[in-house]
Design a protein around this ligand. Structure first.
Ligand code: HEC
Length: 164
């Protein structure tokens, strides 16, 4: 009965209501941090498929301004950045970077990332098998480089989870 009115209210409210906070605030940082070492190939793939949710340089599509889509998109970006933010790579410890690189390889290999609701709309963001290989290879090499920089400690906490 009052469904149309409710939808109208939702759209009107979308401008002001942002349950995930001010995710859309412009950030001064560049897309990636200086300590994130990538080849042009890897940089391009990350930019195409990951950066909208895992950096401060999100390109917001038009529907991300209309509720309820805006809430879903902002939530994904907020949570994505909380897990991995390539713009703030400098601020992670070596150990955190190693863990994130391992997680990147795993999520990409298992086709968990980029999120399916994202590739549904951003078809070009879908990773080919070649893209996946490039990202996993990059993550492996970077992890190895970081391991060389880490002090050698043998604690049970430092157990590498699922070496690639
Ligand atoms: C549409 C937004 C979006 C895109 C695009 C995206 N992610 Fe994510 N990512 C998320 C969200 C949301 C989470 C948190 C998932 C959760 O909590 O279950 C996440 C979590 C992660 C995690 C942590 C997983 C874990 O187990 O803790 C990694 C690593 C990751 N993403 C890597 C990537 C990579 C690499 C790409 C590109 C190939 C990518 N993501 C693309 C939104 C995105």
């Amino acid at each position: 009965m009052c469904g149309g009115g409710f939808a109208g209210l939702l759209v009107l409210g979308s401008v002001a209501v942002h349950p995930s906070g001010s995710v859309k605030e412009p950030e001064p940082q560049t897309a990636t941090a200086a300590t994130l070492h990538t080849s042009p190939d890897v940089a391009a793939t990350l930019k195409r498929s990951c950066m909208d949710c895992h950096s401060n340089r999100t390109v917001w599509p038009w529907y991300s301004y209309v509720a309820p889509m805006s809430w879903l998109v902002e939530r994904d970006v907020r949570r994505g950045r909380d897990h991995v933010n390539f713009s703030e790579w400098d601020q992670y410890t070596f150990k955190e970077r190693r863990k994130l690189l391992a997680d990147i390889a795993t999520t990409v290999k298992n086709r968990e990332m980029p999120l399916p609701q994202y590739t549904l709309v951003h078809r070009h963001a879908k990773l080919s098998d070649a893209d996946t290989d490039v990202l996993c290879g990059w993550a492996r090499v970077e992890r190895r480089k970081l391991r060389a920089k880490l002090p050698v400690v043998t604690t049970s906490a430092g157990q590498p989870a699922g070496s690639h």
